[in-house]
Ligand binder design. Structure first.
Ligand SMILES: C[S@@+](CC[C@H](N)C(=O)[O-])C[C@H]1O[C@@H](n2cnc3c(N)ncnc32)[C@H](O)[C@@H]1O
Length: 244
């Protein structure tokens, strides 16, 4: 039986940082104070408290779960919920499973699927979809959003968007730009390029998908110069799950 350290090393290079027996391990990425996640958790907690059937266990779909660091935050914040963590990369899913076994987290179901051409994930329904850092890696974000809206009434998104000045591509009436992907990198999309819409086209995509309430929560410039990014929440009906 190999030691925990040997097991960690057997997965190759990690991007996520985590503690094992009090020792820092893995890479440098630590989302434990990431407001894109913490804010979602706070909003969903309030919503559950105020909801008439708030005792019912939630089904939360996480799209683009990577090495599982944000997944663990969701699973620990909502121990009675079922978290369905989807990623296209089997290697990342294996790492996530290992990380969660170290922390004895048991309320996560893992699914390998391509969210541009999903086989399994949208055959089921969910209470809410958490989608941070995935949308701008898809070739057809409008098609993904339509499927997401059919599968869950609430959607939480953080994504890069294209500035109006950089919008040189028009696809199906949506304006934006192409992002050259690096499929060999575990944080990347899997095709050679993806489509990043402008804010206005992203709003149209959400609306056309069937979301009737779209709330823009934050617009920030990313520190790596990849452009502006949005945090938003969308809902099928006319009210928000946000309470503040
Ligand atoms: C930029 S990372 C974001 C990871 C994590 N959500 C975060 O914010 O830390 C994008 C993730 O989406 C996954 N991904 C990219 N394209 C995908 C696709 N077509 N279907 C499913 N997952 C995909 C990648 O493998 C990667 O884990």
């Amino acid at each position: 039986m190999s030691s925990i350290r040997e097991q960690i090393e057997s997965f190759g290079t990690w991007i996520t940082r985590f503690d094992v027996e009090g020792v820092e391990s893995g890479g440098t990425y630590d989302p434990s104070s990431d407001q894109r996640v913490c804010r979602f958790i706070a909003e969903l907690r309030m919503y559950k408290l105020q909801s008439s059937n708030g005792d019912r266990p939630l089904r939360i779909l996480e799209c683009g779960s990577f090495e599982g660091a944000q997944t663990a935050m969701l699973a620990q914040a909502f121990p009675h919920a079922q978290i369905i963590a989807v990623d296209v990369r089997q290697d990342s899913i294996r790492k996530a499973k290992f990380l969660h076994s170290l922390r004895t987290i048991t309320n996560i179901q893992y699914l390998q699927d391509d969210l541009d051409n999903p086989q399994f994930v949208f055959a089921e329904t969910y209470d809410v979809i958490f989608c941070v850092g995935l949308l701008y890696h898809l070739r057809d974000p409008a098609r993904f959003l339509a499927r997401a809206c059919a599968a869950a009434p609430f959607l939480w998104v953080w994504s890069l968007v294209c500035t109006e000045a950089e919008a040189v591509v028009s696809e199906n009436g949506y304006r934006g730009r192409m992002l050259a992907e690096t499929p060999d990198h575990p944080l990347s999309g899997i095709g050679s390029k993806s489509f990043i819409p402008t804010i206005s086209s992203l709003a149209d995509m959400l609306w056309n998908a069937g979301y009737q309430t779209i709330e823009l929560l934050e617009k920030v410039m990313t520190t790596n110069g990849n452009g502006p990014a949005l945090l938003l929440q969308a809902q099928r009906g006319s009210s928000s799950f946000r309470t503040t």
